[in-house]
Structures are given as C-alpha cells and as structure tokens.
Design a protein around this ligand. Structure first.
Ligand code: SF4
Length: 291
C-alpha cells in the first residue's frame, strides 16, 4: 500500500484491510472484487491484484511462508528488487537495504553525487562491513528509509540533528549536487461519453483503449482530436483529473438512453457495491448532477 502513497493516506486503508484479512490464509481465499473494494480510492490497483495473487501462491505452494531467498521472493507477482529486499530484511532479518527514493537520496547526499552516477548495489556490496554492523537488520532496513523521510528530507534536510553531519559531503560542500526528481506532468485530453438512464444509472464497459485504465469498468473514453462530437452527445462539464504524473483534461458528455451497446452494463450512480475507482467516482459525481 505504501508504494507511491503517503503513510497518512494508507493508515485507514491498512487498518480496514488487516481487520478483514487477519491472516495470509484468509487473504488467499478472497476474490479480486472484495480486495479491490477495500482498496477503493487508494489507486494503483495493480498492487492489490498482485498482493492477492501472491497470497494465493504462498498459501498453495509455500506452506503460507515467505521464501527466504531474494530469487524466490522475486518470483511473486509485482515483487521487484526493492520489495524483495524490504521483505528479506523485515521478515527474515537478512542484512540488506531496500533501495527506495529516500535511501538513494541519503547516499547521494552523503557522497554529494548525482544519483544517476551511483551504482547502489555495488556501493552497498563493497561497504557491507561498515553498513551491516547490527543484528537488528530488520530495524536497519526500516530505519534507513525513515531516515530519508524524516531527517535527510527531500527539502530542508535536518542537518543539525543528523548523525552523519560530521562526514556528509553535501553539507560540507560549497558545490551541493542537486538531485531534483520531480516528474514532469504530462497533459492529456479526453472526451468521455456516458450513457445515462432515467433510473439514475450509468453504462460502463471494460472495452476501452486507454492504457492506464485497462481492466476497469468505464464509460466510452476517446482521446480528444479535433473535438467534433456527434450531436447526440450533450456536453456536461470540463474538468481536470490527475493520475500519477498525468494531468487529464476531460470533456464529459452524456445522453439519456435505454439501449446500450452489448459490452456495456448498467451501474447505479449511488450506493454501489462494486469496486469503483476514484477516477470513475468523479464521473459518477458529475453525472449525478443531472438528477
Ligand atoms: S548532514 Fe544533512 S544532507 Fe547530510 S545526510 Fe545528514 S541530513 Fe542529509
């Protein structure tokens, strides 16, 4: 849940999730719809799907235990280097470092180097003796990430409180190397076409061609081209929606209709039991203003 998401956002989701699924076995018995419903609003839904798939694999093939090698852990869906190392540290107390953005920044600042110029794996491997001096490897993995988040922060690092400040090259240097990693926002323009029924329903389909919204139930979405729109569609609203580093400029259209194409199904605009991601909920909210 914490990948790409702040702790304060995650906490209520985590509590709800772990209350419902207390063990790996209970999680493995869940279905995707149940998991996505609990994840609703948190975004990056592939994480939820991968978590469920991993739980099933662990229960079925690993006696509900996490494998104890990086190689085996990385076979789980959605688990790359970062997650595998974090898990090896947290669960197996393995001496390792999970290299996330925070950790990269700490090393880069300490050495006053560009992150892109550092081979982190090599750096860690050749400094093993200095880095792994405790038996509390699990705490060390967590502490290093927290250190980046709370002390060597992206902006205004707390150098006066930092235990590395006597040796930190960034602090001492008159030529401080910046590692500005803000992702550029990409603006995209879409027309969204909603079939709406007088019963306060909206028709959704999984058949849309928008890559970052694959596998979701949505109205028809098309990239805005010259913006000539069939006159059956009435303009409802223009609004902006951000997803990750995408800024979506959306023109929302609707038409009342009882007939919908085959691949569509009706969904209630309110009290939905199905999983509805935030992007779709915003469409629901706009369309609800018609009633
Ligand atoms: S002294 Fe400042 S810049 Fe250097 S590691 Fe500590 S917090 Fe980061």
């Amino acid at each position: 849940m914490l990948q790409q998401t702040q702790v304060k956002t995650v906490i209520p989701y985590f509590k709800k999730f772990t209350k419902k699924y207390k063990t790996l076995v209970s999680l493995s018995k869940a279905n995707e719809t149940q998991i996505l419903k609990l994840w609703e609003g948190l975004g990056y839904y592939r994480r939820a799907r991968n978590l469920l798939a991993s739980a099933k694999i662990l229960v079925k093939g690993h006696n509900s235990k996490l494998p104890n090698t990086l190689k085996e852990i990385k076979k789980l869906p959605g688990v790359g280097d970062y997650t595998a190392n974090a898990l090896m540290g947290f669960i197996h107390n393995y001496p390792t470092i999970a290299i996330d953005g925070n950790v990269k920044r700490v090393f880069a600042r300490y050495l006053n180097k560009k992150e892109t110029k550092i081979n982190f794996e090599k750096l860690i491997d050749s400094n093993k003796k200095n880095l792994f001096i405790t038996n509390r490897n699990s705490d060390f993995v967590e502490a290093l990430m927290e250190f980046g988040a709370l002390i060597c922060k992206p902006k205004d690092p707390k150098c006066s409180q930092c235990c590395l400040n006597k040796r930190c090259r960034y602090l001492k240097s008159s030529n401080k190397i910046k590692n500005d990693k803000r992702k550029k926002t990409k603006v995209m323009n879409y027309n969204i076409f909603c079939y709406v029924s007088k019963k306060k329903q909206i028709a959704l389909t999984k058949e849309n061609e928008i890559k970052f919204l694959k596998n979701f139930n949505l109205p028809l979405i098309k990239e805005m081209e010259n913006n000539s729109v069939n006159k059956n569609w009435k303009f409802l609203k223009n609004y902006k929606n951000s997803i990750s580093n995408l800024s979506l400029n959306i023109n929302l259209y609707y038409q009342f209709s009882n007939k919908i194409p085959k691949s569509y199904n009706w969904y209630s605009l309110k009290n939905n039991k199905e999983f509805i991601p935030s992007f779709t909920k915003r469409i629901f909210n706009q369309v609800s203003t018609l009633f």
